[in-house]
Design a protein. Structure first.
Length: 112
């Protein structure tokens, strides 16, 4: 298997709890690192008319990092490419040697 071309600079983000100022917490995101990746679109689905977004499945290939390393993506995190955000649903090794990972992700985009 040849090495994949990874032309996109992706920012890996993890969920954090941020104080809301009145004793509670809101959800937020913290930058965990930068990964280079390749994106391949899958099938998309449209939500019902009252819901203002569509969903597209993506397979995102990145270099592997050791299990437990902060730069290794896991489900529940997300990858950002500029204004685009890809929620990571699952992660699997792409090749038998474990050099690359495939992140199965969903892009959610709010319509204007």
């Amino acid at each position: 298997m040849s090495a994949p071309r990874l032309p996109h600079r992706l920012v890996l983000e993890g969920p954090v709890r941020v104080p809301d100022g009145v004793g509670g917490h809101d959800g937020g995101w913290a930058v965990l690192g930068v990964l280079w990746g390749a994106l391949a679109a899958g099938a998309g689905s449209a939500a019902g008319d009252p819901v203002p977004f569509g969903r597209v499945a993506w397979r995102i290939t990145v270099r592997a990092a050791p299990a437990g390393a902060p730069e290794r993506p896991v489900a529940g995190q997300r990858l950002r490419l500029g204004a685009r955000v890809f929620a990571i649903l699952a992660v699997a090794e792409r090749d038998p040697g474990g050099c690359y990972l495939t992140c199965f992700a969903r892009e959610e985009e709010v319509s204007a």
